[in-house]
Design a protein around this ligand. Structure first.
Ligand SMILES: [Zn+2]
Length: 407
C-alpha cells in the first residue's frame, strides 16, 4: 500500500491546538495533526447535508497522517520531526549545513546508531575501555537534544538541512461564540496563531510561505473528496474568524528513500560503527565481526498511545509473523494524548502517550524480505491506539539516524 503525499499551504494564520472549554488561551502546535483534517472534512460533509452515520463511514476510508511544516523555498526534499536521539551543540545549536550563515550552528548529529553499537558490543561481551560519551566535534562542548522539525533542501548540487522556525502572532479577542457554544459570552481570550509566513531558507532578509507535508493512505477517489473539502473549509480552531483557510495539492517528495533502502542503510552504518567501536574494547579478538541479527528502528512521528494487558505503557511490542518482539533499546518520554473533536464539539479522553520523536529498536532473526510486508503495513496503519486521530504514526528507520556525523 503506497501513500499519497499532500502539500498543504495555509492562506491564513492557523490555530492547531487542542482546546479545553475553560481555557482562556488558544495556543497552536507547529504541525497539523491528521485528526484536524478529518474534523474539517467531517464538517464539510455536514454542510453538504450528510448524516452523522454517513460522515463516520466516509472519513474512515482514509488514513490521514500528520502534516509537518517547512518553508516553501527552493527544492524541498522532505520535512520530518527530529528523533529524540538527535543532539546539537549546547553553545552553538543548529545545522552546520544550513544555507544562510545566520542559521548555521555547530551541527546536528544522531546518536541512535552509535549508542546501539555500543550497547550491542557490551551485550556481546565487549569490555569497553571508555563510557559512551558525546561532545561537539567543533568545540568539544556539551550536547543537548535537538528538537522540532527539519527540512532537507537541495540547491546548487548540495543537500542542506534547515530547522523550521515558526512565527506566531498573538491577538486578544472577545469571545462571541467559541466553537459554536456561546459559553462565557464576551470573555476575553488570547489567540496564539501560527503565521502562514516564515523566514526564508535561501535569502537572509526574505520571508516565504509555510507549507506542510504529510501522507494519506486509502482509496484514490475518496482522496479527491478530501482535497475538495480542504480547499473549501478552514481547518483548526476559530475558522470562521479569519483563521484556517488552506490550499491542498498532491505532491511527491523527490529522493524519498524507500523502506528497504532505509533498513539496509541502517544496518550498514550499524556494522561500520560496530567495527570502529570494537577497536576500543579491551578484548577485540573475542568479539564477532558484526552484530548478530537484523535491526530496525520504529520512530514515532506523533505521540503514541500504547496499552499492555490493560495498562498504559511507553514501550510498544510488535507482532510479526506470529512472533512478539520487544524493543532491545529505546529512547522515549511521556506526553499526554488529548483531543477535541471540532466536528462534534466533544472533548476526547486523555491518555498517557509516548512523545513524538520516540525511538524503539527491534532485533529480527530472519530475512529482510520476510520482514518488509509487516514494516510496510506498520508505516501505513501506525502503532497503538487512537490511530484514526493521528496518534501512533510511525516511520521505520527514520532517515535522520543515518546522520552519525554532524550535519
Ligand atoms: Zn560546539
Amino acid at each position: 500500500m503506497k501513500p499519497v503525499w499532500l502539500k498543504i499551504i495555509p492562506e491564513e494564520p492557523l490555530v492547531l491546538g487542542s482546546v479545553r472549554p475553560d481555557a482562556q488561551f488558544l495556543t497552536t502546535r507547529a504541525y497539523i495533526p491528521g485528526r484536524l483534517l478529518r474534523g474539517a472534512w467531517a464538517e464539510w460533509l455536514k454542510t453538504q447535508g450528510e448524516e452523522d452515520e454517513g460522515i463516520l463511514a466516509q472519513v474512515k476510508k482514509l488514513r490521514i497522517w500528520n502534516f509537518y511544516p517547512a518553508v516553501d523555498d527552493g527544492q524541498l526534499l522532505y520535512t520530518l520531526p527530529l528523533p529524540l536521539t538527535a543532539m546539537t551543540c549546547k553553545h552553538e545549536s543548529g545545522f552546520q549545513t544550513a544555507f544562510l550563515s545566520k542559521n548555521k550552528g555547530h551541527g546536528v548529529v544522531d546518536t541512535l546508531l552509535p549508542q546501539l553499537a555500543y550497547h550491542l558490543l557490551r551485550e556481546a561481551g565487549a569490555q569497553m575501555t571508555a563510557p559512551f560519551a558525546l561532545t561537539c566535534a567543533q568545540c568539544d562542548g556539551r550536547m543537548e537534544p535537538a528538537e522540532g522539525f527539519y527540512g532537507v533542501y537541495e540547491a546548487h548540487g548540495r543537500v542542506g538541512y534547515d530547522q523550521f522556525r515558526p512565527r506566531y502572532h498573538a491577538q486578544t479577542k472577545v469571545a462571541l461564540s467559541r466553537f459554536r457554544r456561546a459559553s462565557q459570552f464576551q470573555m476575553l481570550y488570547t489567540v496564539n496563531a501560527l503565521s502562514p509566513m516564515a523566514p526564508a531558507v535561501f535569502d537572509k532578509n526574505g520571508h516565504k510561505k509555510v507549507m506542510f507535508l504529510g501522507r494519506v493512505y486509502g482509496d484514490g477517489e475518496v482522496l479527491q473528496e478530501l482535497k475538495r473539502a480542504l480547499n473549501h473549509v478552514a481547518i483548526g480552531a476559530l475558522h470562521t474568524r479569519g483563521y484556517g483557510r488552506v490550499h491542498v495539492e498532491e505532491t511527491a517528495p523527490p529522493h524519498w528513500p524507500s523502506l528497504k533502502e532505509r533498513v539496509e542503510t541502517f544496518n550498514c552504518i550499524l556494522t561500520d560503527l560496530w567495527q570502529d567501536l570494537k577497536r576500543l574494547a579491551a578484548n577485540p579478538d573475542e568479539l564477532p565481526e558484526k552484530p548478530d541479527g537484523l535491526y530496525f528502528s520504529v520512530d514515532l512521528l506523533s505521540p503514541g498511545v500504547f496499552v499492555n494487558h490493560g495498562l498504559p505503557e511507553l514501550v510498544p511490542e510488535l507482532r510479526i509473523n506470529g512472533r512478539v518482539l520487544r524493543p532491545i533499546w529505546w529512547a522515549t518520554r511521556p506526553d499526554m494524548a488529548s483531543g477535541w473533536s471540532t466536528a462534534w464539539g466533544l472533548p476526547k479522553p486523555t491518555n498517557l502517550a509516548a512523545r513524538m520523536g520516540s525511538v524503539y529498536v527491534y532485533r529480527w532473526k530472519g530475512s529482510l524480505d520476510d520482514l518488509l510486508p509487516t514494516l510496510q503495513a506498520l508505516e501505513a496503519e501506525g502503532l497503538g491506539l487512537r490511530r484514526d486521530e493521528g496518534f501512533g504514526e510511525v516511520l521505520v528507520c527514520h532517515p535522520f539516524h543515518q546522520e552519525v556525523e554532524e550535519r
